[in-house]
Write a protein that binds this ligand. Structure first.
Ligand SMILES: Nc1ncnc2c1ncn2[C@@H]1O[C@H](COP(=O)(O)OP(=O)(O)O)[C@@H](O)[C@H]1O
Ligand SMILES: [Mg+2]
Length: 496
């Protein structure tokens, strides 16, 4: 019915259009003088193109709508047209290397290509996107997207901290170079290992104690209690908490501890802890100190830089060169970072922080308990004027099913790059009703005249779109809506 109606309208419109044309050419043939003839031609030339253009555009739109309404291959037509428009926009976007970093006080992700809600030319990151999970196969452009986000937040005056589990010195260098080019003083741009050891034990006694407890995973309740008691005694020391792990190990000496607290209310507790238990805790921290100090992550005298010293900080965990140390260092650094986020004595509360964990999967596979720590950091960060971005290659990189659910369904935005298994991401963007047609075929495989059409849910962000994203394209999924963006590379040679 619809097709017949449309064809009929087309005939009527066509007839109207030709008649209008004849009406317009009549003054030409009936012109009384050569001069009038020229005037009439001029008028026609002026009128004809806009009329033709409008008719052509209208006709094309109708034609595309007709194709898209076809119950069997309508969706294929609609998608081909969407793809053509995306490609046109993408070509334009990539030619534009000078995309702004900031627009209306919001970080710019890149050029708008397509999406649920029509956007202007540039796509900005909504304020509500407090956690972002960047997912994508190797080489899909995650790191470049993160660099762009880092640069945009630096431009907004945020503090930017990157924990890189991929061991990617080139990107670290590009990050530091960009930060310096934006005019940040040299001493506020810090990278590890390039800028020497870090001090991960800043803060008062209670803060240092909590951090030391979290740095080592204590599974047995008894040893947990012993460690907690010992660390309390050591950190409450009248001389202040230990300034380095080496100093902590020195203080975990049975004789020194008992002498220190003898004659005080804590004397009996200090005297009651068995020597082997003290030694057990001491061994634990001895090996941690040795591991971190040998790679220069921390120093025996406690000197070093920390988060409050850096506006732009990049820490490269040695995940491939020293896997076990990388786990310990990652844990110590994260625990300290979480403490820093919450500690308003250490941190300027008016300056928000962007925390990026690059290739979280590399940490997670080495040490699942650290993954939980990251999830916890993400959850706590929300209330601390902090935006977090973690990058993973697959959903599994976020940790076990529980951790994944906590991150993805806790309101995180997803910045999806090309990926082979995109269904979980498509699911986040929701579904819509669409017609699904099937053809009737008899037992011999001959087509029947009858087929069927039924209405059913389909992904509003088709998984194939994600599977086929070109390098440097990403789809931001937030609040059940998606936006397809071309992320321009941060030009590394741009003058400051
Ligand atoms: N936005 C982009 N525009 C153009 N090329 C890009 C873009 N992002 C990445 N590339 C190219 O792809 C390569 C790999 O990108 P990268 O960000 O390192 O991927 P991933 O971190 O996902 O492995 C880059 O070295 C660059 O050549
Ligand atoms: Mg990368």
């Amino acid at each position: 019915m619809f097709t017949i109606g449309a064809a009929f309208s087309a005939v009527i419109a066509g007839r109207w259009y030709t008649e209008a044309w004849w009406a317009m050419t009549a003054p030409l043939s009936g012109a009384s003088s050569t001069r009038a003839w020229w005037w009439n031609l001029l008028a026609l030339v002026v009128i004809a193109p806009p009329v033709g253009l409008a008719a052509g555009m209208w006709g094309r739109t109708r034609w595309l709508a007709l194709l898209a309404a076809h119950p069997i291959n309508g969706r294929a037509h609609a998608e081909a047209e969407a793809e053509r428009i995306r490609e046109l926009r993408a070509r334009h976007a990539h030619a534009d290397a000078d995309a702004p970093l900031v627009l209306d006080d919001l970080p710019v992700l890149g050029a708008y290509l397509d999406g649920d809600n029509k956007s202007d030319r540039w796509v900005t990151l909504p304020t509500g996107a407090a956690h972002i999970v960047a997912i994508g196969a190797t080489g899909s452009g995650k790191t470049q997207s993160l660099l762009r986000l880092a640069a945009a937040h630096l431009a907004l005056g945020w503090q930017v901290v990157v924990i890189d589990a991929k061991e990617d010195p080139d990107t670290a260098r590009a990050f530091a170079a960009h930060a310096r080019r934006t005019g940040l003083p040299r001493r506020t741009v810090r990278t590890w290992p390039q800028d020497g050891p870090m001090d991960l034990l800043r803060g008062d006694g209670a803060a240092v104690r909590d951090r030391l407890m979290a740095t080592a995973a204590w599974t047995e309740p008894y040893y947990r209690a012993v460690a907690s008691t010992l660390l309390t005694l050591v950190c409450d020391d009248p001389d202040g908490p230990p300034r380095s792990l080496s100093e902590l190990v020195e203080r975990l000496d049975p004789v020194a501890l008992r002498t220190r607290w003898a004659g005080t209310p804590r004397g009996p507790v200090a005297a009651g802890i068995k020597d082997p238990d003290i030694q057990g805790v001491r061994f634990r921290f001895f090996s941690l100190a040795a591991e971190l100090e040998v790679i220069g992550a921390t120093s025996p005298d406690g000197d070093g830089w920390s988060w409050e010293d850096a506006t732009a900080a990049w820490v490269t965990l040695p995940t491939s060169t020293r896997a076990s140390t990388a786990g310990a260092f990652g844990r110590a650094a994260l625990v300290d970072l979480i403490a820093y986020l919450r500690d308003l004595h250490r941190r300027d509360a008016t300056r928000p922080i962007l925390l990026i964990v690059e290739e979280l999967g590399a940490v997670v596979s080495a040490d699942p308990s650290t993954a939980l720590l990251v999830v916890e950091a993400l959850e706590r960060a929300r209330s601390a004027r902090c935006r977090t971005v973690v990058s993973v290659q697959t959903i599994e990189g976020l940790g076990d099913t529980d951790a994944r659910a906590r991150i993805l369904h806790g309101g995180a935005a997803v910045l999806a790059h090309r990926m082979p298994a995109p269904e979980p991401v498509s699911e986040l963007a929701g579904t819509r009703w669409a017609l699904e047609a099937s053809l009737g075929v008899d037992a011999e495989g001959r087509m029947l005249d009858a087929g069927s059409v039924r209405e059913q849910h389909t992904y509003s962000l088709p998984p194939d779109t994600l599977r086929r994203l070109p390098v440097g394209h990403a789809v931001l999924v937030h609040d059940s809506r998606w936006t397809h963006v071309a992320v321009p590379m941060l030009s590394t040679d741009r003058a400051s």
